[in-house]
Ligand binder design. Structure first.
Ligand code: DX5
Ligand code: ZN
Length: 227
């Protein structure tokens, strides 16, 4: 299993993106996490296709890990593929029913990219079980989606353990991602709970970006070697 840091640009300075993307790359990051918010599924509005297309210029070699917090995401999958998404993760709660979820996953994969699903803190982990054979990534939200800079919800540790066990029992090869409130002090516990793709916004982009990101990437390398 690979351990990956996915820095969330929501906490970045959008006027200095080239320099900041270079800093996370220098620190050994392979992913970039892109939070798309529509003001309906979540209260806030972030950015959409034009910003992601522009970031592609600086991040050609990075895996664009797009987290859609929008209602009925299947309406926009083609647009996010065209602007450079490599993985599209969407919320189960943003779809009406199982059929719409399966259709969205199939649509994402039809473009030759990877699909992920995610759940808010109040949705049972077991809700993702039927989709495990079809997805590459399962994202557990450790805050209510919508804003960066919130505190990690401690209930997420048990949810990560439950999700990791569910993935192992299924025999499917699915990455377990965590998003929200990750920082130096809870990083080890999050890894111990079973996450292997770690999103961090504030903890990477506030202060010295390369130093912050290196702290996490070095820890991930040590953790991978221990296994
Ligand atoms: C929240 C977003 C997160 C956010 C994380 O809805 O999905 O990706 O950027 O930010 P931090 O790491 O600051 O909690
Ligand atoms: Zn996110």
């Amino acid at each position: 299993m690979e351990y990956i840091l996915s820095p969330s640009v929501l906490a970045a300075d959008f006027g200095r993106m080239e320099e900041q993307v270079n800093s996370v790359r220098e620190a050994g990051c392979k992913y970039l996490h892109l939070d798309v918010m529509d003001g309906v599924f979540v209260p806030s509005i972030s950015f959409g296709m034009p910003v992601i297309s522009s970031l592609r210029k600086y991040g050609k070699d990075l895996v664009f890990d797009v987290h859609l917090m929008i209602v009925h995401p299947k309406r926009y999958i083609k647009e996010f593929v065209d602007c450079g998404a490599d993985i599209i993760t969407f919320h189960l709660e943003a779809c009406d029913d199982e059929e719409e979820i399966f259709e969205t996953i199939r649509l994402i994969k039809s473009f030759g990219i990877e699909a992920g699903v995610t759940i808010k803190p109040g949705t049972p982990v077991s809700a993702v079980k039927p989709f495990l054979p079809e997805i590459r990534q399962f994202l557990i939200m450790s805050v209510e989606p919508g804003f960066g800079g919130q505190s990690f919800m401690p209930e997420a540790y048990d949810r990560l353990r439950e999700a990791r066990k569910m993935i192992e029992d299924s025999g499917c090869s699915v990455d377990l991602e965590v998003d929200g409130g990750v920082k130096e002090s809870n990083f080890d516990a999050i890894l111990e709970a079973g996450a292997n793709v770690i999103v961090a916004g504030t903890a990477v982009f506030r202060g010295n970006i390369e130093k912050n990101a290196s702290f996490f990437t070095k820890k991930l390398a040590i953790f991978s070697n221990k296994l």
